[in-house]
Design a protein around this ligand. Structure first.
Ligand code: UD1
Length: 431
């Protein structure tokens, strides 16, 4: 995808249509990027299937190519051939374009015993330090410092250790896990993240010959092995994209069947939709959301899995904005995520934030306005709000949405939304 072209594009969403129909969901963004990084752990050819058609996948391919891998993208399959001795320097500019690039740190330490990984930089959703990643690597015997804008890590040998995370960080769990699979002896990660993406990574690592136990619990036990072999692995369905469609159905009093995701990954989210008045039917490979009347107000509190995902907080605010009653939304993971609420207020939402809390008094209908996406999920939340706003909402900076949602406009259009992609006027370019 041409990023320069995307930067100047916007979506035009005309509100008022119910979403009706079936929508397929592809592989999870937050899984595939880590699985691609895990390919560094074994010499030879790893095949990853069910990869989503999003911008971050070719970006990750570029990072791996910079480390000496051969990477071929063919539809939803990514084939990665890793050399016997990967390079250990993941440099600007590829790495700085997206956050998940930092997940090459653990595999590089495992394979090369050294790594130089450019810091991915700031993010619109709040500060994203790497202190827990570094502390974990240090406990495994590495030196790790920030030097000249890079994480620089080095070890003579990695030795298993007991690591207690301050917070169940997804990224820190993944990096420490991927460093530990080839370390000497046993590593225990306490307070590990339990997200389905972590379970998916553990499944692939075990297929490669790793010995990881406890996936999906807060304690991961890893017995280091001498080497891993390449494998073929299918990415799990994207629960965040799937839930976005479910929330969109509830907001538009629609009827949407979502296919390609494990509904067990979304139990709390689906409970919230039921509390908002939706009928939710579970299916083996997805779910159906039918909303007959204006949604009722529901409170949300974001937490690590199995709590309500922070990545769905903007959509939850969209739902609260048009619900009958007042909702309280509490953000416990990324402090700056509420910046997006200012854009919702442009659309007529009656919302106030105070620290970690947002109070949203539902109004029957929003009103269209030009709004700006600040990250993937905020962008999707604004489009959902546009679906229930009078008139035509212009959502700018949609390249963020393209980083996480494959064929977003086409899929929404197929469900009956009035949405199209357009180049932005000259005056808006470069904003
Ligand atoms: C991943 C997801 C992101 C999701 C988030 C939480 C990817 C590519 N991104 O991000 O979509 O919103 O999980 O589910 O998978 N923290 C520290 N020090 C650290 C690491 C993290 O203080 O060393 C803090 C962060 O600032 C944040 C919290 O821990 O407040 C959670 O972050 P983390 O779980 O690490 O998120 P990511 O892996 O960056």
């Amino acid at each position: 995808m041409d990023k320069v072209r995307c930067v100047s594009e916007r979506f035009l969403v005309t509100g008022g249509n119910r979403l009706v129909g079936e929508v397929p969901v592809g592989g999870a963004k937050n899984s595939v990027l880590k699985l691609m990084a895990a390919a560094l752990l074994a010499e030879g050819t790893t095949v990853i299937t069910n990869c989503p058609d999003i911008l971050d996948v070719p970006l990750m391919a570029d990072v791996l190519r910079g480390l000496g891998c051969e990477v071929n993208l063919d539809g939803s399959t990514v084939v990665i051939t890793t050399p016997a001795e990967p390079k250990y320097h993941a440099d600007f500019p590829a790495v700085t374009q997206f956050r998940a690039s930092v997940c090459v740190l653990g595999p590089l330490m495992a394979r090369c015993k050294r790594a130089v990984v450019a810091l991915p930089g700031g993010d619109a959703i709040g500060s994203r330090p790497l202190d827990m990643h570094q502390a974990g690597l240090r406990l495994l015997g590495a030196h790790s410092e920030i030097e000249h804008g890079c994480v620089v890590a080095r070890a003579d040998v990695l030795t298993g250790a007991r690591i207690r995370l301050d917070f169940p960080s997804v990224g820190a769990t993944e990096n420490i896990l991927m460093a530990a699979v080839l370390a000497e002896g046993e590593t225990i990660i306490d307070n590990a993240a339990r997200e389905p993406d972590i379970v998916d990574l553990c499944t692939m690592l075990n297929q490669m010959g790793a010995q990881v136990h406890g996936a999906g619990t807060s304690t991961l036990m890893i017995r280091g092995v001498a080497r891993l072999s390449p494998t073929t692995h299918q990415v799990i369905g994207d629960r965040i994209v799937a839930a976005t469609w479910g929330i969109a159905a509830a907001m538009t009093t629609g009827d949407v069947r979502v296919a390609g995701v494990n509904p067990k990954h979304l139990q709390l989210v689906l409970d919230k939709l039921r509390a908002a008045g939706a009928r939710v039917d579970l299916e083996s490979n997805g779910f159906r959301v039918v909303q007959a009347e204006r949604p009722r107000a529901v409170n949300f509190s974001t937490l690590p899995f199995p709590g309500f995902p922070t990545d769905l907080q903007p959509m939850a605010i969209g739902l609260a904005a048009i619900a009958d009653g007042t909702s309280m939304i509490t953000e416990n993971v990324f402090e700056a995520r509420f910046r997006f609420v200012e854009e919702m207020i442009r659309l007529g939402a009656d919302a106030r934030t105070d620290g970690h809390h947002a109070v949203v008094r539902g109004v029957p209908r929003l009103s269209s306005a030009p709004v700006w996406s600040s990250d993937i999920r905020a962008g999707a939340g604004l489009v959902l709000a546009g679906l229930v706003a009078d008139g035509t909402t212009e959502v700018h900076d949609v390249y963020h949405i393209d980083r996480g949602y494959p064929n977003f406009v086409e899929q929404l259009g197929a469900l009956g939304a009035d949405i199209r992609r357009e180049g932005a006027p000259e005056a808006l370019k470069g904003l």
